[in-house]
Design a protein around this ligand. Structure first.
Ligand SMILES: Cc1cc2nc3c(=O)[nH]c(=O)nc-3n(C[C@H](O)[C@H](O)[C@H](O)COP(=O)(O)OP(=O)(O)OC[C@H]3O[C@@H](n4cnc5c(N)ncnc54)[C@H](O)[C@@H]3O)c2cc1C
Ligand SMILES: NC(=O)c1ccc[n+]([C@@H]2O[C@H](COP(=O)([O-])OP(=O)(O)OC[C@H]3O[C@@H](n4cnc5c(N)ncnc54)[C@H](O)[C@@H]3O)[C@@H](O)[C@H]2O)c1
Length: 450
């Protein structure tokens, strides 16, 4: 066995969480290595948020131009999303990431290491022939598509595969009805595919406000996407050049490609966690409130691998800030997942922060609900979009904003204003009185609260 390389911190995974903890601890003078099993850069930059948003931006621009064809975008009718060209555009964002991320780590004095890390002992790991001794270890290995325990599950393409398609197949089944299914389905339909979404129960996008999800479902079906509820996939098989998906309720669906949208679970396999005395319960790391392993106090976790908050990039960054602080200053800081804005990038997009009406009512049946349709608002009409709505939850008496839910063209930007107001503890009245640039999506807030 070669001599050990000694580090104050060995980070497993180079995504949003791993990179942030590594750079923060390095700035504090620690010696740091980052071990990455795939390309450096993580899911968000390479296989998630960023590439998806490139496709979304092109698809949304095409849709808007088509919607406005009768109102001055001459020739807009003929526009279509050219998936292959959009794919090349996407590559111009993702291709430089691994080299740039690795170079940035080196420039910061961090040692990037390629390979599969495995614990050898509570304070030691191997990566191939290298042996690393670690005062602290961060597990920031993210998440991967959840295992579906049915025949033919290995035939499912993943969201990674979808975002790498050079050409859109003529038909697609999305198995699952959450974020990935709706986002991929909306892109694929705009690129000309016949799309079906299979959702096991009758609650697609269950984290979001049901009334707005219902409005999005109507709009989704209006695009020609079939959304089959109560369809729990039970078997996938090859059929001709494509695939057939059978559901427990007896229905069967055929498509050229079948894509996994069934949820993701922490990537913990292959790390030899037992050798590191890192406890796992039901597929999740056993962590204390400071994101530290309950069984090995040298080891912390952050982001999707920690699976404490929602599996989102801002949560990974938040966890990273908490963990870096706890490592550097002692365990005093707990993560706070109280105000986490999030958006589903469909067209139109759906966005949310805070409690749904059901959750707010469970805590206080007298919660004030302010809701309405926004399709007639000028900011929506001028985009040609026909589906837009809001629902706001306000605490009776205190006027505190408990939750905000938006569907419409500018929802993902406007939701951030509600998140700021909630974080700052502003009342609904104070937010309604706030001046906003006009005319913008944000200037609708006072009408929504009025
Ligand atoms: C298709 C898709 C779209 C998404 N869109 C959004 C969005 O719009 N907004 C949003 O907020 N969130 C989005 N997410 C979620 C977001 O990408 C994740 O929450 C975020 O990337 C988590 O960051 P992380 O650092 O915890 O993990 P990751 O970014 O996944 O990083 C983990 C890293 O660890 C590496 N790794 C894995 N196993 C090992 C191992 N054994 N050894 C060493 N390294 C390993 C991986 O290769 C990866 O580089 C999306 C996710 C997907 C899949
Ligand atoms: N815009 C974003 O922020 C964004 C985009 C993509 C992914 N993500 C993150 O990644 C995570 C994973 O995304 P996802 O869409 O895979 O998961 P998800 O949890 O959002 O949705 C999974 C869906 O699959 C359904 N399902 C489960 N088993 C099924 C079965 N056998 N048959 C049919 N349906 C079944 C579930 O009921 C659920 O609706 C998300 O929860 C989110 O945290 C975020």
């Amino acid at each position: 066995m070669p001599d050990s390389e000694q580090f104050d911190l060995v980070v497993l995974g180079s995504g949003s969480a791993g990179t942030k903890v590594a750079t923060t601890c390095r700035k504090a003078g620690w010696s740091v290595a980052v071990v990455e099993a795939r390309d450096f850069g993580g899911t968000c930059a390479l296989r998630g948020c960023e590439p998806k948003k490139v496709f979304w931006t092109v698809a949304e621009a095409t849709e808007r131009a088509r919607n406005l064809a009768p109102h001055g975008v001459a020739g807009g009718d003929a526009l279509r999303l050219d998936w292959t060209a959009a794919q090349a555009f996407k590559h111009s964002f993702t291709d430089p990431v691994p080299e740039n991320r690795e170079a940035a780590l080196r420039a910061a004095g961090i040692v990037p290491i390629h390979g599969q890390p495995r614990f050898l002992a509570p304070d030691a790991l191997t990566v191939g022939e290298r042996r690393l001794a670690a005062r602290h270890v961060l597990i920031a290995t993210g998440a991967a598509p959840a295992h579906l325990p049915i025949e033919g599950a290995d035939l499912l393409a993943t969201s990674d595969d979808f975002l790498l398609l050079d050409a859109m197949p003529e038909s697609l089944v999305m198995v699952g009805g959450g974020y990935i299914a709706f986002e991929c389905a909306h892109l694929a339909a705009r690129a000309g595919a016949r799309v079906t979404i299979l959702q096991a129960d009758d609650r697609p996008l269950a984290q979001f406000e049901p009334d707005l999800v219902a409005r999005l479902l109507e709009r989704t079906r209006g695009l020609g996407i079939e959304v089959a509820l109560g369809c729990k996939a039970s078997r996938i098989a090859r059929q001709g050049a494509g695939f057939a998906v059978a559901c427990e309720n007896g229905r069967e669906f055929q498509a050229a490609l079948v894509v996994h949208g069934l949820g993701r679970s922490p990537s913990l396999q292959d790390l030899a966690l037992e050798a590191g005395q890192v406890a796992v319960e039901k597929g999740r790391l056993s962590l204390d409130p400071y994101l530290r392993s309950t069984s090995n106090p040298r080891v912390f976790a952050a982001g999707d691998a920690a699976a404490q908050g929602p599996a989102l990039t801002p949560v990974a960054s938040h966890d990273a800030a908490v963990v870096a602080r706890n490592m550097l200053e002692g365990c005093h800081t707990k993560p706070d997942y109280g105000v986490v804005p999030s958006a589903v990038f469909t067209i139109p997009p759906l966005a949310s922060v805070g409690l749904t009406e059901a959750a707010a009512r469970a805590a206080n049946p007298d919660v004030e609900v302010r809701q309405g349709d926004m399709a007639g608002y000028q900011s929506v009409r001028r985009t040609g979009e026909t589906a837009a709505a809001y629902k706001l939850l306000v605490a009776p008496g205190s006027g505190q904003i408990l939750g905000a839910h938006l569907l419409g063209p500018e929802a993902p930007e406007v939701i951030n204003v509600f998140a700021v107001a909630m974080r700052a503890g502003m009342t609904a009245d104070a937010l309604a009185r706030m001046m906003t640039a006009y005319p913008t999506g944000g200037s609708n807030i006072s009408s929504m609260l009025g």
